[in-house]
Design a protein around this ligand. Structure first.
Ligand code: MLT
Ligand code: MN
Ligand code: ZN
Length: 299
């Protein structure tokens, strides 16, 4: 199995178009300590012929252009992207479907809830259902979206997409609105969890023994956005467990047995993005890698 991190940032990317936080300003200035990053997506294959795209980011066009393995290879029209799978309905994970128009066949997999939010937006019919069948997948049931890859979706603590929030909002329930993926091939396991509001015992049990874990690295502290004067919501309110602090991912995943652990979906305010920061040092000392665009993972 091979995986490529196409986009390692959270919604907005690095730098974010309207943001003057310290990290965005460094990225904009071309400071070598902060690599620019595109929005959240990975691609995975077992045979190098058929790739599964997990989440379709608004930066999809740029991500494909930066990834020769995803270039068309046969005939007049072709794509190695044979399937797309959505882990939730957030804009940073679905807007790229608009880039994948042009009547190119691929299969689109999602939970019932996420599929409903795609179905409800008519603009997504540009990914013509005649060529792009939408396939609903149940929790905890293995399926094979591309040859040789076995995938199981599991619910993790989360919430509905930001654009669907209303007065009935509940945060932290593990439902099919936010899922993680347990991907395996040839006895190797990759766990992908780009959004997770809390590291519960169920999450830990699922991750246990994985060869590689790609995990929600949105914010460093719970009140990072508030303290920077950039928002009113905590990390947990946004459906993302912070890295540091009590119950943070560094602490709560410390005793889980995983060969390699990598942060993805990293928000531009997160100081781990600065290569010489004390936070980067702390994450790496705790055994984590900070994911970057184009990072290849062979398993
Ligand atoms: C998130 O991960 O919290 C969302 O992508 C936020 C958003 O839609 O901008
Ligand atoms: Mn997001
Ligand atoms: Zn910023």
């Amino acid at each position: 199995m091979e995986a490529v991190i196409l986009g390692s940032a959270a919604g907005g990317g690095v730098p974010q178009w309207n943001c003057r936080c310290a990290v965005c300003e460094l990225a904009r200035a071309g400071d070598p300590r902060v690599a620019p990053r595109t929005q959240s997506s990975i691609a995975v294959t077992a045979d190098d012929e058929h790739w599964l795209l997990v989440n379709a980011s608004p930066d999809m066009r740029q991500q494909i252009a930066a990834t020769p393995a995803l270039y068309p290879r046969h005939g007049a029209r072709h794509s190695p992207i044979a399937a797309v799978l959505l882990t939730n309905g957030d804009v940073d994970h679905v807007a790229g479907l608009l880039t994948l128009r042009e009547s190119q066949p691929f299969k689109l997999f999602a939970t019932d809830a996420t599929r409903e939010s795609v179905d409800a937006n008519r603009i997504f019919s540009v990914a013509n259902p005649t060529f792009v069948p939408r396939i609903t997948v149940a929790m905890d049931e293995p399926f094979e979206p591309v040859p040789g890859l076995r995938v199981e979706m599991f619910a993790v603590p989360g919430k509905v997409p930001l654009w669907l929030e209303d007065e009935t909002l509940k945060i932290g329930e593990a439902t099919e609105t936010t899922v993680g993926l347990d991907i395996s091939a040839d006895g190797r396991r990759l766990l992908y969890i780009p959004g997770c509001a809390e590291v519960t015992q169920a999450v830990k049990a699922r991750v246990q023994g994985a060869d590689v874990l790609l995990f929600d690295g949105t914010l460093w502290t719970d009140n990072e956005m508030i303290e920077a004067g950039l928002g009113v919501k905590s990390a947990r309110r946004m459906g993302h467990v912070p890295m540091s602090g009590l119950g943070g991912s560094l602490e709560s995943l410390a005793d889980v047995r995983v060969s390699r652990r990598v942060f993805v979906h990293i928000n531009n305010t997160n100081p781990v993005l600065v290569s010489d920061s004390s936070e980067r040092d702390q994450a790496e000392t705790s055994g984590w890698e900070v994911g970057y665009d184009g990072m290849r993972i062979d398993l």
